[in-house]
Design a protein around this ligand. Structure first.
Ligand SMILES: NC(=O)c1ccc[n+]([C@@H]2O[C@H](COP(=O)([O-])OP(=O)(O)OC[C@H]3O[C@@H](n4cnc5c(N)ncnc54)[C@H](O)[C@@H]3O)[C@@H](O)[C@H]2O)c1
Length: 267
């Protein structure tokens, strides 16, 4: 008999999650810890990562926080080294940290290009490289990278962000082919609109408070794009990540996974 609790369980595994102070990364860390993994929560927001790690420990999980700017290779190397020094190796890496970028491509500056590519693309690549070195010593592992529904659509003023997420997708598929022989799986999720600080950035008043009318208008517009009439929550991505991190997905690599309410079905 197959026991789902064994196959989906992560007892004894070591996981590292970037962007774990907020939104999708926070939910991913919670679900992986709940499934039994020991989790390193990495984020630029060190206080937020520590707050989430402490909440996971209070709930009986094993979790530590580690400050990291994913755009800096030496800091990403130190993040992965923290997991291996603390718990003896690395089995799962979720590269969730990422930033949005707004504005027309025709006006894109070099500085903004470097900033966003530095975090979204280089940050993901640095994480994969450090994780592959650690996982290959352990005989395998699972890497989950985060793209976006933006890879499926051409949305005005969102070109730079979409370019970085398309790059993450290609990076993930190529890596899957390169490292499959070492037992390392690499998958990429392309989340649909998910209510987090990321999506709230356009919906705030000048003083930083949330504008309820704009917020509700946004949520309604996003729901209208989904055949299910839904907008996503971080936990919707975290359940998918649990599948990809676990042995339940042992036959899956190099694929794009879309929890997006069906919003990108060609119609
Ligand atoms: N929210 C959505 O609708 C949506 C949709 C598709 C894809 N995504 C992607 O999901 C990921 C998480 O987004 P979210 O919605 O949870 O956003 P969020 O803003 O709630 O969380 C992002 C986290 O990343 C951290 N971060 C930013 N720059 C960093 C850096 N240089 N180094 C380390 N940490 C850094 C932030 O401090 C924050 O804690 C992003 O990659 C985003 O592109 C989000």
């Amino acid at each position: 008999m197959h026991d789902p609790r064994d196959v989906f369980g992560l007892d004894g595994r070591v996981a590292c999650v970037t962007g774990a102070a907020s939104g999708i990364g926070s939910a991913v860390a919670e679900v992986l810890a709940g499934a039994g993994a020991r989790v390193v929560l990495g984020d630029l927001d060190a206080a937020g990562a520590e707050e989430n790690a402490a909440a996971l420990r209070d709930a009986g999980g094993q979790a530590i926080a580690h400050a990291v700017d994913v755009a800096k290779r030496e800091q990403v190397d130190a993040l992965i080294a923290r997991a291996t020094s603390e718990w003896g190796g690395l089995d799962i890496l979720c590269n969730v940290a990422g930033v949005p970028a707004d504005g027309p491509l025709a006006e894109l500056s070099d500085d903004e290009f470097e900033r966003v590519v530095g975090i979204n693309v280089k940050g993901t690549l640095f994480g994969c490289q450090a994780a592959i070195a650690a996982m290959s010593q352990r005989g395998g592992g699972s890497i989950i990278n985060v793209a976006s529904g933006a890879i499926d659509l051409a949305v005005p003023n969102y070109g730079l962000y979409a370019m970085t997420k398309a790059a993450i997708t290609q990076l993930s598929q190529t890596l899957a082919v390169e490292v499959g022989g070492q037992g390392i799986r690499v998958n990429v999720i392309a989340p649909g609109v998910t209510l987090t600080n990321f999506t709230k950035r356009h919906l705030k008043n000048e003083d930083g408070s949330l504008n309820p009318e704009r917020y509700e208008g946004f949520v309604d517009a996003m729901k209208a794009g989904s055949p299910l009439g839904m907008v996503g929550e971080p936990i919707d991505q975290a359940w998918l990540v649990l599948y990809l991190a676990s042995d339940a997905s042992r036959f899956c690599t190099g694929q794009i996974w879309r929890a997006n309410g069906g919003a990108t079905i060609p119609r």
